[in-house]
Design a protein around this ligand. Structure first.
Ligand SMILES: Cc1ncc(COP(=O)(O)O)c(C=O)c1O
Ligand SMILES: [Zn+2]
Length: 383
């Protein structure tokens, strides 16, 4: 069963009661992170590999009570695809794509929402809300439909219509707003207050990250050891922070040593708060003024609550933060399709472009195992 033992602030470490509904740290407003009791007999990696694949495979380190039978729409256990022809184009002999488009609702957002919504159900929450660049709203809607939780999503008008239609088709109430996801968040706040909806915004509740961290465990399941480089498209950064948390947990289980993959945080040139903070040596990322439109709409996040955790993971791992021009990310998306057979998201395309850049700069070696995250499916972006 689960080893879930508490919540603690990622910034000031103040403990919070995990049996109650929690949002952010009551002392400093920082993100709350789930903690586990490692004072138990740990399963071996082989024990876990013998279990049914999927999001709940390592149920000891899940906040959900249901063990391996916790609610699921089949998210997780996505393929780690060797892509030799794409690797050849980029000068890499061991390039891999973690194809997160193969999740329910065709994006990696399903993983975080699976955990957050199932935990919301356990805590008796009946209605949730979130501002979304698009994919998270669709994922929340799907789990809301499955679990019987009301979902309200505020989405920028610029979001591609297939995503808006998907979210509505899955039974969520959709409100279209002018501006970015940050503007959506500002419009949503008073409505949430008035109606008593529980906010599921990135890192403003503790459990989405627990779903996302499973991506990190799956890399170990598939490769037997962690790769040398992980390339991740960063908006709010839940996946990057989650995987880095997973690596610490693996070390505590005795599965790995203290070495970490180089974490590469990828953003767009028109909205790159993490890259700017990384380049300037800052611990926090000031909000990006006037974020530009981009096909990689999931990366149009001007300020992230977990900025300090993203920057810490990138620096501690010897990684980098890279900003990609629009033309280059679209080229990357085409390369992914034409040389790997994966119709990926523009965000995934940005990661391919980042690999090219880092390889050209000598920051990645020819025989490094490099994992590119394709976070969504091209079909969701419409014409
Ligand atoms: C396809 C896609 N990739 C990447 C991201 C960024 O993810 P995160 O907020 O976890 O950094 C998003 C967020 O909406 C997304 O939709
Ligand atoms: Zn705190």
């Amino acid at each position: 069963m689960s080893w879930f033992s508490g919540l603690a602030c990622g910034r000031c470490e103040t403990p919070h009661d995990h049996h109650r509904v929690q949002r952010t740290c009551t002392a400093c407003g920082g993100p709350l992170l789930a903690q586990y009791d490692f004072d138990r007999v740990a399963p071996t990696l082989d024990d876990v590999l013998a279990r049914r694949p999927g999001q709940h495979r390592l149920f000891e380190l899940s906040p959900l009570a249901g063990g391996i039978d916790a609610p699921t729409l089949g998210e997780g256990a996505t393929p780690l695809v060797p892509v030799p022809r794409l690797g050849e184009a980029l000068g890499l002999s061991r390039l891999l794509v973690k194809d997160e488009a193969q999740n329910p609702t065709a994006s990696f957002k399903a993983r975080g929402m699976a955990a957050a919504m199932a935990r919301a159900k356990e805590l008796g929450i009946e209605a949730v809300c979130l501002p979304s660049a698009g994919n998270a709203g669709g994922a929340a809607a799907a789990y809301g439909a499955m679990l019987g939780i009301e979902v309200h999503v505020y989405i920028p008008k610029s979001t591609p219509s297939p995503i808006v239609e998907e979210t509505r088709a899955l039974g969520a109430e959709v409100t279209l707003i002018d501006g970015t996801i940050a503007d959506a968040g500002r419009e949503l706040a008073p409505a949430a207050e008035e109606h008593g909806w529980f906010p599921l915004s990135t890192l403003r509740e503790p459990y989405r990250i627990e779903g996302k961290k499973v991506m990190g465990f799956e890399l170990l399941y598939d490769l037997g050891s962690l790769p040398e480089v992980i390339v991740y498209p960063t908006g709010g950064g839940t996946g990057l922070i989650g995987m880095y948390k997973a690596f610490d947990e693996m070390e505590r289980l005795g599965w790995i040593d203290d070495r970490r993959p180089k974490m590469i945080s990828v953003q767009t040139a028109g909205c790159a708060p993490i890259v700017r903070a990384f380049d300037r040596g800052l611990d926090h990322a000031p909000v990006w003024e006037a974020p530009q439109m981009t096909a990689a709409f999931g990366l149009r996040v001007p300020g992230a609550l977990g900025d300090f955790l993203i920057l810490r993971a990138v620096r501690d791992s010897g990684g980098a933060a890279v900003a990609i021009e629009e033309a280059d990310l679209l080229d990357g998306q085409q390369l992914l399709a034409k040389r790997a057979g994966i119709q990926g998201s523009a965000e995934g395309g940005a990661c391919v472009a980042a690999v090219r850049k880092l390889k050209d700069e000598g920051a990645i070696a020819e025989d490094d195992r490099v994992v590119v995250f394709n976070t969504g499916h091209a079909l969701k972006y419409g014409g």
